[in-house]
Design a protein around this ligand. Structure first.
Ligand code: HAM
Length: 433
């Protein structure tokens, strides 16, 4: 049997409904924040990711799905969303718009050839945002507030916000030099990956999962000692605005993030829930004031974040939060033998009138059809027999009270509207008149 590729999964039933609910909620949240939706291709020229996410990142050095297309072009399945959105911002000359800052959000699958484990997939979904044209620390705080508010709206309690700053280019350069000086005599004691990082991006040594707990790491220089005044001020302001937004945070000096493009603020939100797996980073992001230039656009500050949906689903499960609505059904239509075309056409008309309709396609016995209607929790059953078709009068059963009605075909929509409004006690439902 052909099986799904390693590190992927199928979404259906309750998980499918949970995903759909999350998609609806993020769209509403983004409308409230006044962001525009953007969709970019799932694959891009490989060079885009080499220049943005960076050669020294694990993502580009080990994890991309690369392929040559039939025109011999090097292509890569996107490992993240930022690079594509930046490319689109430049290519579509959005920097020429009168709308500034340009606030965009996206949602979709990303691909990384990682070792699959709980919370880590090769195809996974990200909800993310990117903002261009503002270097205000208010924007950094707003970006951090989006996932925090999303988690709050979902009722998730166990979250922890970690922040840090990498400073501007000057501060980062000075810090980098200090790290090189510091790590040089210890190189032999670092893991193989860190030795490569030492050459390409020594900051990333701090991110190492293997050497993390060693004294060498603990005693490494801290970025806070290398920030210039401007960078310090930016970070202080971000913290001030987070406090204004009532967002608790911890400053974690060795938080550097796994992508090369960041300057100034970086942050992650982790799941602080008992029993949660080791992949506990629910989302991450930060500021990237030089990425647009690096990819060939005009000097433009940027900031954004992305969250993984799978880890969010795990967090919701862990806190026993259920947001998947029950699948519901208004009407179940049962055709007697020979009446299928009438039933099909009636179902079609009712669906177009806005009702949720299922019908029997299996020529079941009437008792089995009643059981089927119960299984779907159908509120109404319509039985189509020879007489009904001849007289255009439908036999309708209220599946809760079990009462039967005869209703003229032309009155059916009005009847169902009234009946379902009586049945329905959910707020905002279209059945309420
Ligand atoms: P990232 O930290 O690589 O950042 O990914 C963001 C989130 O995606 C992670 O916190 C995690 O929840 C989820 N994630 C990443 N890899 C996997 C995986 N293999 N399986 C499941 N979930 C995963 C970025 O991607 C940046 N583009 C974020 C950003 C946007 N920075 C600025 N703007």
């Amino acid at each position: 049997m052909i099986q799904k590729p390693k590190g992927t999964y199928d979404i259906y039933d309750k998980k499918g409904r949970t995903f759909q609910e999350l998609e609806k909620l993020m769209a509403v949240l983004m409308e409230n924040y006044h962001y525009e939706y953007i969709r970019t291709p799932h694959f891009e020229a490989s060079d885009l990711f080499h220049r943005s996410v960076g050669e020294s990142s694990d993502i580009v050095s080990k994890e991309t799905y690369d392929f040559l297309d039939r025109g011999n072009r090097n292509m890569t399945l996107r490992p993240e969303g930022t690079a594509g959105v930046v490319r689109s911002y430049i290519e579509n000359k959005m920097y020429g718009d009168s709308i500034m800052p340009r606030k965009l959000w996206y949602y979709g699958p990303m691909y990384r050839y990682e070792r699959p484990q709980s919370g880590r997939f090769r195809e996974f979904y990200q909800f993310g945002v990117e903002v261009f044209g503002s270097d205000s620390p208010m924007m950094d705080a707003e970006i951090i507030s989006i996932p925090v508010n999303f988690y709050r709206l979902l009722g998730l309690k166990g979250i922890k916000v970690n922040i840090n700053t990498l400073g501007d280019q000057e501060s980062r350069r000075n810090y980098r030099e200090a790290l090189v000086e510091y790590f040089k005599p210890h190189l032999d004691h670092l893991c193989e990956d860190c030795q490569t990082r030492f050459e390409k991006n020594p900051l990333r040594i701090l991110d190492c999962k293997i050497d993390h707990a060693t004294d060498i790491m603990k005693n490494a220089p801290k970025i806070t000692d290398y920030l210039n005044e401007e960078s310090k001020k930016h970070f202080e302001d971000v913290k001030k605005y987070l406090t204004a937004l009532k967002i608790d945070y911890e400053v974690v000096p060795d938080l550097v993030r796994g992508l090369d493009y960041y300057t100034h603020t970086v942050f992650e939100v982790e799941a602080a829930i008992e029993g949660f797996g080791s992949q506990n980073v629910l989302c991450g992001g930060g500021r990237y004031n030089h990425l647009v230039e690096t990819i060939g656009g005009p000097e433009t500050p940027g900031v954004g974040f992305a969250m993984g949906l799978e880890r969010l689903l795990d967090a919701l499960d862990c806190e026993e939060i259920n947001i998947a609505g029950e699948s519901s059904l208004d009407v179940y239509v049962i055709p007697m033998t020979g009446m299928e075309d009438y039933a099909l056409s009636l179902s079609n008309d009712l669906r177009l009138s806005g009702f949720q309709v299922e019908m029997d396609y299996m020529n079941r016995k009437i008792q089995n059809n009643f059981k089927q209607a119960d299984r779907f929790h159908s509120k109404i059953i319509i039985i189509i027999g020879e007489n009904e078709v001849k007289e255009n009068i439908l036999t309708i059963k209220d599946n809760h009270t079990k009462q039967e009605y005869k209703v003229k075909l032309e009155d059916i929509v009005e009847f169902l509207d009234e009946k379902l409004a009586e049945e329905c006690d959910c707020e905002g439902c279209h059945h309420e008149n």
